[in-house]
Design a protein around this ligand. Structure first.
Ligand code: FAD
Length: 487
C-alpha cells in the first residue's frame, strides 16, 4: 500500500523543542528547558564529543549560574581557580576591591569537561541527545518546525533553537544576516609532544613572545605542550591544519620546531567579529556562537552562550507551557542582543590594545595607568565577567534589571532556592504573597535577609524584576513576567 502523504504542517509534533548542536550552549539550554518539563531533543552532528582540549575561563556570572542550578560543586573539582583579574587585554592588574559576588574568581577548565557535565545534567533531567545527526533543512509553518536530517530522516517540533556554532546551518537556512568584520588573522592551536628540554623551550618562548603574538608553547606535563602559532600563509583555510604546518611556522618564528611530534589534536581559529541581525524568526531562535562570534580575547564566548541559554530557557518553556505573556519570548533578543554587541565591542577594543603599533601601544600605556583607579579596573572586570549587565526593565532603582548576588537567607543561600528554575519572591516585609503564581514563583519570607530592599522579585535567571513593598504593584510585575495567575 502506498504511504499516505501527510503535509508537514499536520504531521505530529515529536518534541516541544529541538536544539541543534550539543556544545555548551545547546546542553545548557536543554537542561533549562527540562526544568519546566519541556520535551527536548538535542541533535548533534558529531558522533563523539570533541577532543579539542581548549582551556576556557568560566567567569563570575557563569559560576553564579552554575551555583543557581546546583552544578558548581560538580564543576569546581575539574578546574583551577584564579583571581578575577588581568583579563582585559591581558593588562596585569590586581583584582579590584569589592567585586559584588560570592563567586569572585575565574575558573580555568577544559571546555570538553564543561560540555560533558552540562550534557550529563541535561540527560539527568530527561533531555534526549542524539549524536551523529546533522541538521540539513529547517522549515516552519503555523503549527511547528520541520527538521530534515542529512540522512533523510524528518522530525517535527513546536520550536527549534540553533545552537550550532559559528558556521550555524540554522542561521544560514533562516537567511539571517551575520554582519561584522571578517577574520584578519588566523591562528593555529594544538597539543603535541616535544623533543627538546623544557628549559630550552621556556627560554626561547620568553624571548619570542615579547615581540610575536600569538605565540606560545605551554607544558601540560609528560612532554605534552599546548602550541599556538600564527597561521599566516599556511595551507588552505578549508583544510584542517597538519603537524607539518606547525613545524613550518615554528621554524619560521623560532628557528626550530622543538622536535614537535605525535599531535593529540590540531585546530585553527580566526578573529572574525560578527553579530546575527535577529535572534528569532518565528518559531526558530539562535543562541551562542550561532548568534555572535568574536576573537577569544578575555575568554567570553562560552560564557556568553551559556548565559544566552539561561535567559532563553525559561521564556521558551513558558511559551511551550502556555503561560508566557505575549511579549516574553521577544525579550530574549531585546536583552541578549545588546549584551553580545557590547562583548563584540570590548573584544574590538582589546584587539586594538594588543596591537604592536605605536598608537595602540600608547593607548595601552594610558589605560594601564587608568586601571590603577580601582573603579576603572572594577568596571572592566565587571564587564568581562558578566556581572555588570543591567537589562532595561524601565525606570527604577539601580538594582532593577541587574542580577542579585547570592546572599545568606534563613534557609541557607539564595541561589540554592533557584535550582528548580522558578522565579522567587524574597519578602522582608512578611506581608507579600505570590498567590496564584505559586506554581511559577517560589516565596521566601525572611526579614533578616542580607538585601537592602523590602521585597524583591527574581526571574528564573536571577535578574531583579521588581523591588518594593506594595502587593498590587508587585502583581502587575508578576503578570508582566509570569502571565496570568492560576485560579
Ligand atoms: C582558542 C579559543 C579559546 C577560547 N577561550 C574561551 C574562554 O576562555 N572562555 C570562553 O567563554 N570562551 C572561549 N572560547 C569560545 C568558546 O569556545 C565558544 O564560544 C563556545 O564553544 C561556543 O559554544 P556553542 O555551544 O555556542 O557553540 P560550539 O561550541 O561551536 O557548539 C556547536 C555544536 O553544534 C554542532 N553542530 C554544528 N552544525 C550542526 C548541524 N548542522 N547539525 C547538528 N549539529 C551541529 C557542532 O558539532 C558543535 O558540537 C574560545 C575559543 C577559542 C577558539
Amino acid at each position: 500500500m502506498p504511504a499516505l502523504h501527510v503535509p508537514a504542517d499536520r504531521a505530529p509534533l515529536d518534541f516541544d523543542v529541538i536544539i541543534v548542536g550539543c556544545g555548551p550552549t545547546g546542553a545548557m539550554l536543554a537542561a533549562e528547558l527540562r526544568l519546566h518539563d519541556v520535551r527536548v531533543l538535542v541533535l548533534e552532528k558529531e558522533t563523539e564529543p570533541t577532543s579539542f582540549v581548549r582551556i576556557v575561563g568560566l567567569h563570575i556570572r557563569s559560576l553564579e549560574l552554575m551555583a543557581m542550578r546546583g552544578l558548581l560543586d560538580r564543576i569546581l573539582p575539574h578546574g583551577r581557580r584564579r583571581p578575577a583579574a588581568g583579563f582585559f587585554a591581558a593588562i596585569a592588574k590586581p583584582e579590584p576591591t569589592g567585586l559584588d559576588s560570592a563567586y569572585a574568581y575565574l575558573l580555568g577548565i577544559p571546555q570538553p569537561v564543561i560540555v560533558n557535565l552540562l550534557e550529563e545534567h541535561a540527560i539527568d533531567l530527561g533531555a534526549q541527545i542524539r549524536r551523529g545527526c546533522a541538521v540539513a533543512g529547517v522549515e516552519q509553518d503555523d503549527a511547528g518546525v520541520t527538521v530534515d536530517l542529512a540522512d533523510g530522516e524528518r522530525l517535527r517540533s513546536r520550536y527549534l533553537v540553533g545552537c550550532d556554532g559559528a558556521r550555524s546551518t540554522v542561521r544560514k537556512l533562516l537567511g539571517v544576516g551575520f554582519p561584522g568584520e571578517p577574520a584578519r588573522t588566523e591562528t593555529l592551536m594544538g597539543e603535541m609532544q616535544v623533543s627538546v628540554p623544557p628549559e630550552e623551550i621556556a627560554a626561547k618562548v620568553a624571548e619570542i613572545s615579547e615581540t610575536r603574538r600569538p605565540f606560545w608553547l605551554r607544558p601540560f606535563g609528560n612532554g605534552v605542550y599546548s602550541v599556538v602559532v600564527p597561521a599566516a600563509g599556511i595551507s588552505d583555510r578549508a583544510e584542517p591544519p597538519t603537524l607539518e604546518d606547525f613545524q613550518h611556522q615554528l621554524r619560521a618564528i623560532a628557528g626550530t620546531d622543538f622536535g614537535v611530534h605525535s599531535p593529540r589534536w590540531l585546530s585553527r581559529f580566526g578573529d572574525a567579529t560578527r553579530l546575527a541581525e535577529r535572534y528569532r524568526v518565528g518559531r526558530v531562535l539562535l543562541a551562542g556562537d550561532a548568534a555572535h562570534i568574536h576573537p577569544p580575547i578575555g575568554g567570553q564566548g562560552l560564557n556568553l552562550g551559556v548565559q544566552d541559554a539561561v535567559n532563553l530557557g525559561w521564556k521558551l518553556a513558558a511559551q511551550v507551557r502556555g503561560w508566557a505573556p505575549d511579549t516574553l519570548l521577544d525579550t530574549y533578543q531585546a536583552e541578549r542582543h545588546p549584551v553580545a554587541a557590547d562583548v563584540l565591542d570590548n573584544t574590538r577594543a582589546q584587539a586594538e590594545l594588543l596591537s604592536p603599533e605605536p598608537g595602540p601601544q600608547a593607548v595601552r600605556r594610558l589605560l594601564t595607568e587608568l586601571m590603577d583607579i580601582d573603579e576603572v579596573n572594577r568596571h572592566l572586570i565587571e564587564k568581562i565577567t558578566g556581572i555588570g549587565i543591567r537589562y532595561d526593565f524601565g525606570a527604577g532603582p539601580d538594582l532593577l534589571g541587574r542580577r542579585l548576588r547570592d546572599i545568606a537567607v534563613k534557609q541557607g543561600n539564595l541561589y540554592g532556592l533557584l535550582y528548580g528554575g522558578r522565579g522567587l519572591l524574597l519578602d522582608r516585609t512578611e506581608r507579600l504573597t505570590v498567590g496564584g503564581w505559586s506554581d511559577r514563583v517560589a516565596y521566601l519570607s525572611d526579614p533578616t535577609a542580607e538585601v537592602d530592599v523590602p521585597g524583591v522579585l527574581l526571574r528564573p535567571d536571577g535578574h531583579v524584576a521588581w523591588i518594593g513593598d506594595d502587593q498590587q504593584d508587585m502583581e502587575e510585575h508578576l503578570s508582566r513576567w509570569f502571565g496570568e495567575p492560576a485560579h
